[in-house]
Design a protein around this ligand. Sequence first.
Ligand SMILES: Cc1cc2nc3c(=O)[nH]c(=O)nc-3n(C[C@H](O)[C@H](O)[C@H](O)COP(=O)(O)OP(=O)(O)OC[C@H]3O[C@@H](n4cnc5c(N)ncnc54)[C@H](O)[C@@H]3O)c2cc1C
Length: 376
Amino acid sequence: MLDRSVTARDHTYPAAGLDVVEAVRDLSSRELAPIVRKIDGEGHYPEAVLRAFGRAGAFACHLPGETAGGGDLVTAIRAMAAAGEYCLSTSFCMWCQNALGWYIFASDNAELKTGLGRRVAAGDALGGTALSNPMKTLFGIEPIRLKGKRVEGGYVVRGALPYVSNLGNDHYFGAVFEADDAPKRFVMAIVPCAAAGVELSGDTKFAALDGTRTFSVRLRDVIIPDPLVLADPSDAFIKRIRAGFVLLQAGMGIGLVRGCIALMNQVKGPLGHVNKYLDVQPEHLAAQLGTIAAKVDRLAATPFESDQAYWRAVIEARLALSELALAAAHAAMLHCGARGYIANATAQRRLRESYFVAIVTPAIKQLKKMLADMAH
Ligand SMILES: Cc1cc2nc3c(=O)[nH]c(=O)nc-3n(C[C@H](O)[C@H](O)[C@H](O)COP(=O)(O)OP(=O)(O)OC[C@H]3O[C@@H](n4cnc5c(N)ncnc54)[C@H](O)[C@@H]3O)c2cc1C
């Protein structure tokens, strides 16, 4: 049975603003910290923690038109950062969940909002987003991988995507396909993993982020009924949601950098007398992080701004955070030395995780292409 607070028409969410961040911080230290090695080493999916975050309101605060004050991306980012201080897999799963809710509540599909949307907002229904491929297609990097045939009452969709995370048999994800009827266009919809013809396969072992339930997804003539469509055509919709999609990823980067700074500070006692000769010190990283996080906060206050200068600033902030994540994880390794180099050390895990911030769509190379394309 669903929690009354998210199914009734006069629904309320459990907490707002700082309360949500504090709740996630508290849950992370008590319930996430003890299992981070299991997540990293055994590919354990932190489902119970994610659902607890959902009950604490972590997946609801950024949803436009849904919570008091509406669309508070800053809180959502801070909550993801609080978990990301311990574990990037968990922070990324939170982002997947937040992106799914973001699409639903930014759409005009009222039925999806009051139905699946509220279950996603509460962490009762889990899921993610298959937008890497279309995000690359729209910026001229690769062809679209899903194709849809218009039929009475919906679409029949087929194709394959190499990686989609935070999935399971009863999960959902947002996807974009090319429709075959005129005019030529892309359509964005929700795909239930339980729909006939959806096949998840997952024997890939990743360098990190292995606890994210990341699958290859094949769609074999999957029926997507019109009530699951978010936008048709979807180009304008994707333009509307793209800044939020990118800015919400900041939580992962901020959390990871904070975690690396904490590692450097932890070894100050035994190793400070020699670590002080290293070029990058935790204070430098903290100052750089403060500047980027303040910029993210400003940008996240107006996620639907359509101005090109705004979009450029979003891309620049995301790029700066990717580069800072790599620099911070590298510095943490140098500061921790041999104790960071042992197989289950936190520093080496954070180093592997940091590359994910740099390669998840939009990857550093895509961000640099986008900036170069804007120049002419
Ligand atoms: C752990 C993990 C989780 C991810 N979760 C999601 C998700 O939830 N949703 C989502 O949409 N995307 C997801 N991705 C994809 C991710 O966002 C990037 O698209 C991906 O890392 C590649 O981006 P890139 O720009 O570096 O492209 P490149 O690495 O340059 O790749 C370009 C294309 O090569 C193909 N390719 C990928 N892997 C291989 C391979 N092993 N061999 C041959 N070709 C390959 C793919 O079609 C890819 O799009 C995930 C990736 C990883 C590693």
